[in-house]
Write a new protein. Structure first.
Length: 178
């Protein structure tokens, strides 16, 4: 389900600027103090979550991280504001490779409608427990990735992923059960 919102309101612009400043501070100095401040942006942040530098986030208030999540360098999460019911949920024991992108926001396909730049559509993204996303993977809006699955490096995930499976490619396709 896609939920419409306008990202150009003054409140949301200011919120993104604040979050982006936290991300820049963390990237410049990925200290425990800056990591702790970064973690406060999330709706939920489990125990033993580790994030490497180069982390980018739009809002954070709609991102839920399970326990023992590892996020490698240069991860980008394009999420929706808190009041939009389209969270990005990452289960327990997930490994996020370098340069992974979570893109939960889409725009109008019509070129005329896109000119307003106001229509943003949010859809939830869900990773089950013990998921490994290879480097450079892109997870698109509305996708659910089942428990214990692996996504190959450079894959673009456009559809749901079965649990206990290896998917790879662009678009990602099931390679084999695990």
């Amino acid at each position: 389900m896609k939920i419409l919102f306008d990202s150009l309101t003054t409140v949301l612009i200011l919120q993104r600027k604040m979050v982006q400043e936290h991300c820049r501070q963390f990237s410049r100095s990925p200290s425990k103090g800056n990591l702790k401040r970064l973690k406060t942006l999330f709706a939920i942040c489990g125990e033993d979550v580790f994030i490497e530098s180069g982390f980018h986030l739009d809002y954070g208030s709609n991102v839920r991280l399970g326990d023992r999540v590892y996020i490698n360098i240069n991860c980008t999460i394009v999420d929706s504001p808190k009041d939009i019911k389209a969270p990005i949920t990452i289960g327990d024991d997930c490994l996020i490779g370098p340069n992974v992108q979570f893109l939960s926001i889409t725009h109008d396909l019509s070129s005329l409608d896109r000119l307003t730049q106001k229509n943003n559509y949010a859809s939830a993204i869900t990773l089950g427990n013990n998921v490994w996303l290879g480097g450079g993977a892109i997870i698109l809006a509305g996708v659910i990735i089942g428990d214990n699955s692996v996504i190959g490096a450079g894959s673009v995930v456009t559809k749901h992923v079965d649990a206990n499976s290896f998917y790879a490619g662009n678009p990602a396709k099931k390679i084999k059960p695990l």
